[in-house]
Design a binder for this molecule. Sequence first.
Ligand code: NAD
Ligand code: IPM
Ligand code: MN
Length: 367
Amino acid sequence: MKHYKIAVLAGDGIGPEITREALKVLKLIEERNDVSFELMPAAFGACAYFATGDAFPQATIDICDQADAILKGPIGLSHEESKKIPIDKQPERGALLPMRRRYNTYANFRPVSLPKALAHFSPLKAEIIGEGIDLVIVRELVGGLYFGQKESGINEQGLRYVKETLEYDELQIRRIMHQAFKLASKRRKLLHNIHKSNVLKSSVLWNEVMEEVAVEYPDVTVYNMLVDSAATALCLNPTQFDVMVMENMFGDILSDQGGGILGSLGLMPSACIGDDKAYYEPSHGSAPDIAGKNIANPYSMIGSVAMMLENSFDMADEAKNVWAAMQAVFSDGYSTADLSKAGSGVTMISTEQFGDKVVEKLKAMPK
Ligand code: NAD
Ligand code: IPM
Ligand code: MN
């Protein structure tokens, strides 16, 4: 029997609620397969800061270091609540970015997917969705503005100033390009390279390296698109896209737009992959506005489990079954509050009910 250690970081806000449902699914996967999961819960985020003074405490680092994979809920507080924590200790700077850096999880895969049958979830017209949206944003996750040098203080005119630098070297670009091209090769063989080379020198280097890597993948067709134009295209013609590759900040913004065109950020899981370690998290945040109400959509977290099964545990078939089980719940006409607006014909269920229904569907599925 295979045995895997999973660090479980439930996080803040809706994190514990959606993690609970994801763990139900994981337990069923264990029962259905010759595999055992050792769950290692650990504090991470604002909750960890208030308990220990550190958003990524040493005890959590030790657990993550040992784990075969990390399942992470969203972290963070509302704008006002955040002010209770010193800036550098806040969960984003004090936990999330240090985790990405520690495990060098440079490749962030953010699928944006909506089958035709669920077009009613989207704010886009059915004719725009056509046969369905099915694209993956490949976001570089450990470079760019997020990790560049920073400086702040008082300048010569006596004004407060801050300087943040957008840095990439060719190695960082090359490795994310290989990830994107490999994924494109397995899919529709279309790669949209998103950049801003009309302004940013970093994008000029980005595009140069992309062209060098492209030579190794002659069957993949590359389209170059400026990031501002890509934002419009995602709304007007999302089905033209299959794999989109971009630097860290562009990927942050466009992936939330991806959630927008689907109808909810609750439909956005993700995988963050490094050479030696991977962690899995929803693309969205801790949703303080709906936390504790049992109404959050756990699809993003259960989908992150599916990505973990496929990428970390070589269980692609069960991953497919998890996706199918969630689609089956939607096809039966159920969803959480984010996707069941009045008059939509969708029956609203709670976070917990959604998890239970996914488990029910998965139980009924042959392996
Ligand atoms: P958010 O993603 O938490 O929420 C934006 C909107 O989407 C809200 O209306 C929220 O209710 C809704 N939403 C998000 N996830 C949902 C789900 N699963 N089901 C239903 N509705 C959902 O963004 P925000 O409010 O700007 O940020 C809140 C906090 O989250 C901030 O502290 C931010 O830094 C943090 N954050 C963390 C991560 C992460 O851990 N990777 C990602 C993004 C934001
Ligand atoms: C995300 C989040 C993070 C990011 C924040 C919380 C640091 O928005 O995972 O998309 O900007 O990368
Ligand atoms: Mn984001």
